[in-house]
Design a protein around this ligand. Structure first.
Ligand SMILES: [Zn+2]
Ligand SMILES: [Zn+2]
Length: 273
């Protein structure tokens, strides 16, 4: 059962996320069974959707703040666990973002962008109606603003929209035109001591690539990036750890010798040599 290669999986969702299936404890227990050594539950906190009737975040976010620390204690001899969050669209309501970050004592914050300001989530957009080039431009512009703001630890799934534009809708997109802004995003992250993640969820989806793929992880490294995490973005116990060995191999291929694990918003470095 134990797979020594699943060293770390720090991007995961329980049923304290609108799209998660299992209890937080079921997720943690499964992670220990898989032999994962560094782990984090990072349930969604979608800032711009916080007050939507469809799913109210206040209560689950508060419950996570009680459950995660309790699980960290309970499983301390089995797994190194961080109390995390996936903070979506933080710039779209700065007042709320500030209130949330001052209310909760997170170990680890993934900063993500699932929808551009004023637009729906990338998985809901119809790319026959919405120009992929236009929405990608908006996406990277807002991501650059997030990097400048900088109140998070790693940038989530840099190439998230490609999962839908290239993977699901099978459209071609010329990524070379975004290279200057992606370089600027990376340089800004590096200057602010913020890392990136290799999100392995793309490996089990149509796109068949990590988010981001090797090209961008290499670019981040070449620009001086040192802080790298890996996460499966599992939303159920069955997906835990999936694609992590491949993600770690990719990290080694581009020259990373360690991964970062965050506690109290500070990284410690774990060797992958
Ligand atoms: Zn995400
Ligand atoms: Zn996620």
């Amino acid at each position: 059962m134990n797979d020594p290669e699943i060293l770390m999986d720090v991007h995961n969702h329980s049923n304290l996320s609108p799209d998660g299936s299992n209890d937080p404890e079921e997720m943690v227990r499964r992670a220990t069974e898989l032999g994962i050594r560094y782990y984090s539950l990072t349930d969604h906190l979608e800032i711009n959707k916080f007050y939507d009737e469809e799913y109210l975040y206040e209560e689950p976010v508060k419950r996570a703040s009680e459950i995660s620390p309790a699980l960290i204690k309970k499983y301390a001899d089995k797994i190194n666990m961080a109390y995390g969050v996936e903070l979506g669209q933080p710039l779209q309501d700065m007042e709320l973002t500030k209130r949330m970050l001052s209310s909760y004592d997170y170990d680890f914050i993934i900063g993500s962008l699932h929808m551009c300001n004023g637009w729906e989530d990338f998985y809901l957009l119809d790319y026959n109606e919405v120009q992929p080039e236009m929405i990608m431009k908006l996406y990277f512009e807002e991501m650059l603003e997030m990097a400048r703001w900088g109140e998070f630890d790693v940038l989530g799934h840099l190439t998230y929209p490609l999962r839908y534009i290239v993977g699901e809708s099978e459209l071609y997109i010329d990524m070379s035109k975004y290279l200057p802004i992606i370089k600027e995003i990376f340089s800004t992250l590096i200057k602010n001591d913020i890392g990136i993640e290799i999100n392995s969820s793309g490996l089990r989806q149509k796109i068949g690539l990590t988010l981001p793929d090797e090209y961008y992880v290499r670019l981040y490294k070449e620009l001086g990036g040192k802080i790298l995490t890996v996460g499966s973005d599992a939303h159920c116990t069955q997906d835990l750890g999936k694609g992590i060995p491949e993600a770690i191999e990719l990290a080694r291929n581009v020259g990373f010798t360690e991964l970062a694990f965050f506690k109290k918003r500070n990284p410690t470095f774990i060797s992958i040599k």
